[in-house]
Design a protein around this ligand. Structure first.
Ligand SMILES: CC(C)(COP(=O)(O)OP(=O)(O)OC[C@H]1O[C@@H](n2cnc3c(N)ncnc32)[C@H](O)[C@@H]1OP(=O)(O)O)[C@@H](O)C(=O)NCCC(=O)NCCS
Length: 202
């Protein structure tokens, strides 16, 4: 990856820094003030139930810094998620290039992680819809994927609401063979399907 240029699906796409808005939310570059609320949600066992472990403050800060760095490099990434009505930091959502060893690689994934107080209000689906518009309309991707553990039914429900289709399971190469989190279900969304779904809603 080079500054201002994204290598996606083998196509070089020059992009500047992208920040976006949906009806109730802002997807923006990270700020120092996000560090404390991001660490709080990453330390919450309920939020991290489908990950190997909650994150320490140090690991959370490092993740935030990496997300910010990738947004600078590519113009897009896992953005900080802010509620427009009151400026509250509620989590992260956006696009990411996952581990190159995954069977779906090279690919761009869509993901989300919200503080538990903000679940059940449609924010993840709304933010992801805005990120998909960036993926397909601005970055010109042919496909976006998402994956999660078999037990993470809330996350799978977001994928289904977005019109993503189940595409089988795979074992995460970074996790131990006896890890209950190792088997992940994959969902895919093509640009054609997204455009069809999107046009029907308009
Ligand atoms: C995965 C996660 C983002 C899903 O959150 P969520 O709140 O279930 O999903 P949404 O924000 O899309 O909200 C949908 C819910 O809000 C409800 N809702 C309420 N008001 C709404 C509105 N105005 N518009 C849309 N939906 C609304 C929907 O009916 C739905 O409720 P249901 O779950 O009872 O069916 C959240 O559980 C999370 O952050 N988990 C921890 C991190 C994680 O696992 N991330 C994924 C790793 S792969």
């Amino acid at each position: 990856m080079h500054g201002g240029e994204a290598m996606v699906n083998r196509v070089a796409l020059p992009v500047g820094l992208i920040e976006l808005e949906s009806r109730r939310l802002r997807l923006r570059q990270w700020r120092a003030a996000d560090r404390a609320p991001f660490a709080a949600l990453n330390a919450d066992p309920a939020v991290m139930a489908h990950f190997p472990a909650p994150l320490t403050r140090q690991a959370s800060d490092a993740m935030l810094a990496r997300c910010a760095e990738l947004i600078v490099m590519r113009g897009w990434g896992f953005w900080a998620l802010e509620r427009k009505a009151d400026g509250a930091f509620i989590g992260l959502a956006g696009l990411h290039v996952p581990d190159a060893r995954l069977p779906c690689a090279p690919c761009v994934e869509i993901g989300w992680r919200l503080a538990a107080a903000y679940w059940g209000q449609g924010y993840a689906t709304e933010a992801a819809g805005a990120a998909l518009a960036v993926a397909f309309d601005r970055l010109g991707l042919d496909e976006v994927v998402s994956f999660t553990t078999l037990t993470n039914t809330r996350s799978q429900a977001v994928m289904q609401r977005l019109g993503m289709r189940p595409a089988g399971c795979f074992a995460h190469p970074a996790l131990a063979e006896d890890s209950p989190l190792r088997t992940l279900c994959l969902y895919r969304l093509s640009r054609t399907r997204w455009q069809d779904t999107h046009n029907q809603k308009e």
